[in-house]
Design a protein around this ligand. Structure first.
Ligand code: BG6
Length: 503
């Protein structure tokens, strides 16, 4: 759809940036904080790049006031951060760590004093280690029983101060990488466990959303989902069907549960046939159906391209050394990878990738926003979007032109999606300062603010404004009017630029 004129962003649009406790706080064992699963996992040789840890991270725990001053200077309207569960409840339940709690009290107060809306993520992957050891983590309903009162405690504590709450960050990613691919804690390779843990997180999510609404009807709460839309490789109907399958398997499987309170039919039936469906108790349905988020958080980095599965795709069957006639082998394959009969991934010939192989696809962002809104009709907050690059500090400056161009293109597509009719109410770039990339160490940088540190905890930890810092400040000042389709900001005359800022 071509629009000659783009809609303006709503006046109260939440221009923000995001972070997560483990990736930025540091102070991993300070002031009574209990260990999380990540504090243990990063110490297993070979799990993270060069053994990088979040022990110091970017020292947000001690430097948050300095960072908030930079946020204020930038004009940021919202800051999304996560609470480290084990900083508040060192064992996940029971004793409260006052000092840890007070850290977040101060953080929230400083944000509010500076006119920045706090957006609190309750869970960004750092499960208290005690709950992993005591109950087996998310495989046990007892972990959900510990999560809900933890959330309720924070609701009561920050009622009147915090309005925006995010339950779980990228449930699809942490259950998949943690229980299926062994790349995140608890380091398992078991599809059944992934499904079971995921179901228990779904229950925890629904119970928490319901509790939030009971405790304060002015709260706005929802999950942040790692959303990637699926493209068919081409117009071959088999590939079109594969893209439908991929969307159902990779997206609807989570989002339908959040919003509709039930698993999508095709995937559930497929998993039941294979004996891989989660153990759903009768009473679970009422829990899942009894909660509806107020918004959907979308983390968008890229989507994916697929083609017909290897069994129905003659070209692929020839290439693969797969015995499609042996039913026992097929069952074993399926138990590991049930999507094998649904779709096969493919390379998209139209897209370029970052240094880390992540496709750069701004139009896919508009596609994602359209699809998500179309299916669920809930307001969307973009809770993450950004690019990891190897930025270089030279004479106190960082010329991160690639980031500016990436964000400009994505914001333009978001503005087009808004003009199409999608209700987007906020956008949080990932991230405000540089921070730890879970598996890639510190050289994959995402921030508007450069932090001077290396992989080995060397460096001053001093902060430097990147070029993108000033650019995003202008975006916010003009309420996004500077995101224009016709010309880049650099091409505007001074007079035109002033007009944009006055709008
Ligand atoms: C999202 C996570 O998946 O992607 C963030 O919510 C993460 O925590 C971000 O940092 C970027 O991923 P990576 O692997 O490049 O750090």
């Amino acid at each position: 759809m071509y629009h000659k004129f783009l809609d303006k962003f709503p006046p109260q649009f939440l221009w923000g940036a995001a972070s997560a406790a483990y990736q930025c706080e540091g102070a991993a064992a300070e002031d009574g904080k209990g260990p999380s699963v990540w504090d243990a996992f990063c110490r297993i040789p070979g799990k993270t790049r060069n053994g990088t840890t979040g022990d110091t991270a970017v020292d947000f725990y001690h430097r948050f006031e300095e960072d908030i001053a930079l946020m204020k200077e930038m004009g940021l309207k919202a800051f999304r951060f996560s609470v480290s569960w084990s900083r508040v409840f060192p064992e996940g339940e029971g004793n409260i760590n006052r000092k840890g709690l007070e850290f977040y009290d101060h953080l929230i107060d400083r944000l509010l004093e500076n006119g920045i809306e706090p957006m609190v993520t309750l869970y960004h992957w750092d499960l208290p280690l005690a709950l992993q050891e005591k109950y087996g983590g998310w495989l046990s309903r007892k972990t959900a029983d510990a999560f809900v009162p933890y959330a309720g405690f924070l609701f009561a504590r920050w009622r009147g101060k915090v309005r925006w709450w995010i339950t779980f960050n990228e449930q699809n990613v942490f259950t998949g990488l943690g229980y299926r691919f062994a790349a995140h804690p608890p380091g398992e390779k078991d599809f059944r466990h992934m499904m079971q843990a995921n179901h228990i997180v779904n229950l925890a999510n629904a119970r928490t959303v319901r509790l939030a609404h009971q405790m304060d009807p002015t709260f706005r709460i929802g999950p942040s989902f790692g959303y990637g839309p699926s493209y068919p490789l081409n117009a071959d109907p088999g590939n079109v069907l594969a893209a439908l399958n991929a969307d159902a398997f990779n997206n609807d499987w989570w989002l339908d549960v959040y919003v509709k309170g039930r698993y999508p039919r095709f995937v559930l039936k497929h998993l039941e046939r294979l004996g891989l469906a989660p153990d759903i108790r009768e009473e679970d349905y009422a829990i899942l159906e009894g909660a509806r988020p107020d918004f959907l958080g979308m983390n968008y980095y890229h989507g994916g391209t697929v083609q017909a599965n290897v069994f129905e795709n003659p070209q692929l069957s020839k290439q693969k050394t797969l015995d499609t006639t042996d039913p026992y082998q097929m069952q074993a394959d399926m138990e590991e990878s049930p999507e094998k009969v649904m779709f096969e991934t493919a390379r998209n010939p139209y897209l370029e990738s970052t240094e880390w192989g992540w496709e750069i696809d701004p139009k896919g962002f508009r596609v994602a926003l359209r699809k998500m809104y179309d299916r669920y009709e809930l307001p969307i907050i973009v809770t993450e979007n950004g690019i990891g690059t190897m930025d270089v500090l030279e004479n106190g400056k960082i010329h991160d032109t690639q980031r500016i161009e990436y964000l400009r293109q994505h914001l333009l597509e978001m503005r087009k999606a808004i003009t199409d009719g999608v209700e987007v109410i906020g956008y949080c770039a990932w991230s405000f300062t540089d921070l730890l990339s879970w598996l890639n160490g510190y050289r994959k940088r995402y921030g508007f603010v450069y932090v001077d540190r290396d992989e080995q905890d060397g460096g001053t930890l001093n902060r430097y404004r990147k070029d993108s810092f000033h650019w995003y400040a202008d975006v916010i000042r003009s309420n996004g009017n500077s995101i224009l389709p016709e010309r880049t900001i650099d091409e505007l005359t001074e007079q035109e630029w002033k007009q944009v800022c006055q709008k």
